[in-house]
Write a protein that binds this ligand. Structure first.
Ligand code: NI
Length: 249
């Protein structure tokens, strides 16, 4: 059930039988020549909504304005600072907990959200809050590796582009038809969680916005399969966790 399409009475009735809620977290930032600006938000939302339907869960509106300072030299990126995002999440959590939601599951689609989400969750000792990024789910990760191997890269990944192709539209590859520079394992490890440099420097280093990802390998068929696997796995994980899983995974 979508929270934004429910009435308050429906939410109150829902809370009589479940305290669980899924919150998708994405971003609004450039995703290379063929990736939509809303890619991260779209992926998180589509997965969360599909999973919520399977698990009979409430799903909140997507957190789409999040930190992406490193992409601010690309027009269309809308970024907020980490402290602002963390404060927003903190206040939203306070509200949800006060209404009786006691199992809050963030379905994340943007690496830079992880640190502030984790810090905000830590502000509520004893609350049941789980944070999962869709690409780390075992079944999804296996598909990503099978489809794209190393060409998955870090940003404007073929798997995220494939999901938006399945759900929204296909943009011709343009300059992304050519493979990008392949990143070393060392680079990937040092920049995990989107730890990228200042915006101008980031654009100079990755002029078309792709970070080691061969977006043009994406197909809507892949996207459909990734989406299905992610929705099913998230629904299962959410239900297991809600039924008595760990305090914080
Ligand atoms: Ni992304």
């Amino acid at each position: 059930m979508r929270l934004d399409l429910a009435t308050w009475q429906e939410v109150e009735t829902y809370l009589e039988t479940s305290g669980g809620i899924v919150i998708p977290a994405g971003s609004t930032e450039q995703h290379g020549p063929m990736g939509l600006i809303g890619t991260d938000a779209i992926c998180a939302q589509e997965i969360a909504e599909g999973a919520a339907e399977l698990a009979d869960a409430m799903v909140a509106p997507t957190l789409a304005y999040t930190p992406a300072p490193f992409n601010m030299a690309f027009p269309g990126t809308m970024s907020v600072s980490e402290p602002l995002f963390e404060a927003l999440v903190l206040e939203l959590l306070e509200g949800l907990l006060s209404h009786g939601f006691d199992g809050i599951y963030f379905l994340n689609g943007h690496g830079a959200n992880l640190a502030p989400l984790t810090r905000a969750a830590e502000g509520f000792a004893g609350a049941r809050i789980r944070i999962r990024s869709w690409w780390e789910i075992e079944a999804v990760d296996a598909l990503r590796k099978a489809y794209y191997g190393d060409w998955e890269g870090m940003h404007a990944t073929p798997s995220e582009v494939a999901i938006t192709q399945a759900t929204h539209r296909i943009v011709p590859p343009g300059s992304a038809a050519k493979a990008p520079e392949k990143l070393s394992q060392d680079y990937i490890e040092r920049h995990a969680g989107d730890r990228h440099g200042p915006a101008e420097q980031h654009r100079q280093r990755f002029p078309d916005g792709r970070v080691g990802s061969h977006s043009a390998l994406a197909t809507p068929q892949h996207g459909g399969a990734l989406l299905k696997a992610a929705q099913a796995s998230v629904a299962e994980d959410y239900l297991d966790w809600l039924a008595g899983g760990p305090q914080r995974g």
